[in-house]
Design a protein around this ligand. Structure first.
Ligand SMILES: *Cc1c(COP(=O)(O)O)cnc(C)c1O
Length: 375
């Protein structure tokens, strides 16, 4: 079944990364089959969540886990868990937090926008964000000062290439929160490959997107300490109703976790480096381009291809090339954050060799057309 033809949809080659507006990731045939098989069956959802908890614990080294609608929902529900615990009355009252500690401390450089501001995820639970430090960084002392206010219920840290400023000492900040009885939560939505390192910071809860680098159906995977996970699951009878995991997403996430457990990460990572190196070498042979493989700034185990456009020699600049690639068919999408520096940034992880060939062929054709144009 050709869904694009059936519904008249734009064909995409997605080199823009695991982004929501383009459908995020490509599930494997095995994950897709498991997900589809779940749709026509009934399940005791609590049993599914129990199996998911055990699978997440095995996969990450955490005590327990739960699946919610997406990582954004996971952040809101982790904050809700910090405020309400397992009290049925407090769970039912949210987002009304009157009488409860409901401030969420977040370093200024961690106030990320991944399509909307993470501050809105915090507010959605009825909490009030308290921004600590400055854009240039946030020290443990600044976190401690913010945590010592009487209303503090939660510390939220973000592990992502989207954060700004000097790196925050996660383990020290988590320890400061725990010393005060404040729940420490890490948003590691796109950090599934690094989840063990995030758990090892001592955080109470770590939030991941299943659909990003685990390539499951849309799901938020929340892992951490058993008590904190129980408080998060208590939200299923509260605001979590609007953020619930579906049966097919839980089954799909279980299949994706199983596939990941058998992945030879070193071999996978080596193959990603090779794929990017081949792309970079071919791109650098095109006129007016230079290219390099650039590691992920947050430590994910694959590089991206950065192509620098000499706009004078090429008679076209990076932004115009990106627009032309987007407007062609198939529509080729890349990461946009390099354009201001004259760079096209491609994430190749989900792409097939023919798709990579198409990107290079289209680049070559666009450069040739630009040179033929009278100046
Ligand atoms: C993608 C992302 C999210 C949201 O993940 P969803 O599963 O799409 O809700 C949250 N935080 C960061 C840092 C992200 O990159």
């Amino acid at each position: 079944m050709d869904l694009h033809r059936l519904h008249g949809l734009t064909e995409i080659i997605n080199a823009a990364g695991t982004i929501t507006p383009l459908g995020v990731s490509r599930s494997s045939p095995g994950v897709a089959a498991a997900t589809a098989a779940a749709l026509s069956r009934f399940f005791v959802i609590d049993e599914l969540q129990d199996r998911a908890s055990a699978a997440l614990a095995r996969a990450t080294g955490a005590e327990a886990g739960a699946i919610v609608h997406c990582a954004s929902a996971g952040i809101t529900l982790a904050v809700a868990a910090a405020i309400a615990g397992t009290s049925a009355e407090a769970v039912a009252a949210l987002p009304d937090t009157r009488g409860a500690a409901s401030e969420v401390v977040i370093p200024a450089g961690h106030v990320v926008d991944y399509g909307h501001s993470i501050l809105q995820d915090i507010r959605l639970a009825g909490a009030t964000p308290v921004v600590a430090g400055s854009e240039s960084g946030c020290g443990v002392a600044e976190i401690e000062a913010a945590l010592s206010a009487p209303g503090a219920a939660c510390l939220l840290l973000v592990s992502s290439r989207l954060t700004r400023g000097a790196p925050v000492d996660f383990a020290a900040c988590v320890a400061a929160a725990r010393a005060r009885g404040v729940l420490a939560v890490i948003d590691g939505a796109a950090q599934a490959f690094r989840v063990r390192a995030l758990i090892e910071t001592g955080a109470d809860l770590v939030v991941l997107s299943g659909q990003k680098y685990l390539a499951s159906p849309t799901a938020g995977l929340v892992v951490g300490r058993a008590g904190a996970v129980a408080a998060l699951r208590a939200q299923e009878k509260g605001i979590g109703r609007a953020m619930k995991a579906t049966k097919e997403s839980i089954i799909g996430a279980l299949a994706a976790l199983e596939e990941r457990a058998t992945l030879d990460l070193a071999a996978w990572s080596a193959a990603q480096h090779e794929k990017v190196a081949r792309f970079v070498a071919r791109a650098a042979r095109l006129p007016a381009l230079s290219a390099e493989a650039v590691p992920d700034p947050a430590g994910l185990p694959f590089p991206r291809a950065e192509i620098k456009v000499d706009a004078v020699a090429a008679a076209i600049d990076a932004a115009a090339l990106a627009a032309a690639l987007r407007d062609g068919s198939p529509s080729i999408r890349m990461m946009m954050h390099g354009l201001a520096r004259g760079r096209l940034i491609f994430e190749l992880v989900p792409l097939s060799e023919p798709e990579v060939d198409t990107i290079l062929a289209r680049l070559e054709a666009l450069l040739a057309a630009a040179r033929r144009k009278p100046r």
